[in-house]
Design a protein around this ligand. Structure first.
Ligand SMILES: Cc1ncc(COP(=O)(O)O)c(C=O)c1O
Length: 470
């Protein structure tokens, strides 16, 4: 009977299709040109080993961005796989609602408080950087209501900052693609200058003068909006997705007194910088930041399992306690907040960072990345090479003197990314034509050299394509 034959026949047809075809037929991809993807299809990755991942054909790529700035311990750490399996067997799920607590989650909270760059009082878990930042926004509003300041609710973020993609965090994110036609930003969010000296400094302006000008602009913004309406500022120590922007050395020491003066909280978004990326455990340590709240994710579990954490200072905690006493409950939390398996993996990740002294390793190999990137600054396509620790970028320009970017429609970034892949490196082109590097923290000096040599070849091939069309 035809109706009985139909299901196996359909199943066979599905098997016969390649994974790439099935991807195009079945999946919507984040941060992808969805129209172009229907023609180009995916790069299907099937396994990982150390700092490399492998595609369906078995081709190896150095993962120059640690996936999405996250797989600090590389792609094949057996101790993390064992921690996940152990957690699954012992307690595959429990939650933190209504005063319950899985044992490893308590241990992880304790551990994070011990590691915090400044004294923190409590940890509230979520599953992603966006959720941690979204939670921080809600707590800022809750706290100001607890203090009887219902008008003090606006939040400042920076142009080109990245804080996530929920309705509220995408509104904080200062990148056009996260706003356009999503009807964002919502109100209460205001944006101040991006601290990228190379691109935005006035003629002849020193880095410190630039930082001073930005601090002055911030204060003007606060006064214009009304200090009594501004609750907090969010900042990544190094801006990641907006282009790997390392602020001037004096930037944070100049803006923090202004925030203090107007009683404005500072939230350090350590989702990328946390756990060693900048050469210290926290970006806050590298840049002298004293945050009132801190968000972390990504390297918290080496990207092996979704988990994020929000560290909360004592005054904010006291506000939460007061509000929940008044209302009867603290009305916030995700089903998977503090998931025990994620907590087991995170605890093991933090233990491995200590055991292997990852910080010392990062400090040892960071100069190889930073010097290697700066050596590529002489390339005719590179406007600026920048970075700190094991995060860096090459900003591609059409004209080294004017710093003009290539027209977006020209596809230079896409071509360079394709040539990088053809040369065996996966990286990400962000913020126009900026090539970002944030390799696994376990990367060896020789692997950094190999990665940069391949990027050098990709740059040469792109240069040749631009000049000759071939
Ligand atoms: C600094 C920063 N904050 C927040 C986020 C959002 O994290 P998620 O993608 O896990 O929601 C990211 C993601 O890249 C990030 O880099």
């Amino acid at each position: 009977m035809p109706t009985e034959l139909a299901p196996p026949a359909l199943a066979e047809a599905r098997v016969a299709k390649s994974l790439a075809e099935r991807d195009v037929a079945a999946m919507a991809h984040p941060y992808t040109n969805l129209s172009a993807h229907q023609r180009t299809g995916p790069l299907v990755i099937t396994r990982g080993e150390g700092v490399r991942v492998f595609d369906e054909q078995g081709r190896a790529y150095i993962e120059g961005l640690a996936g999405l700035w996250c797989t600090a311990l590389g792609f094949s750490e057996p101790r993390l796989a064992e921690a996940a399996a152990r957690g699954m067997r012992r307690l595959p799920f429990y939650h933190t609602f209504g005063g319950k607590a899985p044992a490893p989650t308590i241990e992880l909270a304790d551990r994070l408080l011990a590691l915090a760059p400044v004294p923190m009082s409590k940890v509230l878990f979520s599953n992603s950087g966006s959720e941690a930042n979204d939670t921080a926004i809600k707590l800022i509003w809750y706290y100001n209501n607890a203090l009887g300041r219902p008008q003090k609710k606006k939040i400042i973020a920076r142009k080109r900052g990245y804080h996530g993609v929920t309705v509220a965090t995408a509104s904080l994110t200062g990148l056009p693609a996260n706003h356009i036609d999503f009807d964002l930003p919502i109100d209460r969010m205001v944006h101040t200058d991006c601290p990228h000296w190379w691109r935005y400094a006035d003629e002849g302006e020193s880095e410190d003068d630039f930082a001073a000008r930005l601090a002055q602009n911030l204060e003007r913004l606060i006064i214009r909006e009304g200090p009594e309406t501004i609750a907090a500022m969010f900042a990544e120590p190094v801006m990641g997705a907006g282009g790997v922007i390392v602020p001037p050395a004096s930037y944070f020491s100049r803006i923090q007194p202004i925030l203090k003066h107007y009683d404005i909280l500072l939230v350090a978004d350590e989702v990328i910088c946390g756990f060693g990326r900048t050469g210290n455990r926290w970006g806050s340590e590298t840049f002298g930041i004293s945050p009132d709240m801190l968000t972390c994710a990504k390297a918290l579990s080496s990207g092996y399992i979704p988990i994020s954490a929000l560290l909360i200072s004592e005054p904010i905690w006291q506000g939460m306690v007061a509000e929940s006493a008044k209302i009867g409950v603290f009305g916030h939390g995700y089903t998977y907040s503090g998931h025990p398996v994620a907590a087991e993996v995170a605890l093991e990740t933090l233990a491995l960072y200590e055991e292997r002294d990852i910080l010392t390793h990062v400090r040892k190999v960071a100069p190889v990345l930073q010097d290697g990137l700066r050596a590529l600054a002489d390339h005719p396509l590179v406007g600026e090479a920048r970075g700190v620790g094991l995060i860096g970028a090459l900003e591609i320009v059409a004209d080294k003197n004017t710093k003009a970017a290539f027209p977006a429609a020209g596809g230079v970034g896409a071509y360079l990314s394709q040539r990088a892949e053809a040369n065996g490196v996966i990286t990400r082109i962000i913020g126009g034509d900026i090539v970002a590097f944030s390799p696994p923290l376990i990367i060896e000096a020789s692997q950094i050299r190999e990665m940069l040599a391949r990027i050098g070849r990709a740059l040469d091939e792109t240069w040749s394509w631009l000049r000759t069309g071939a």
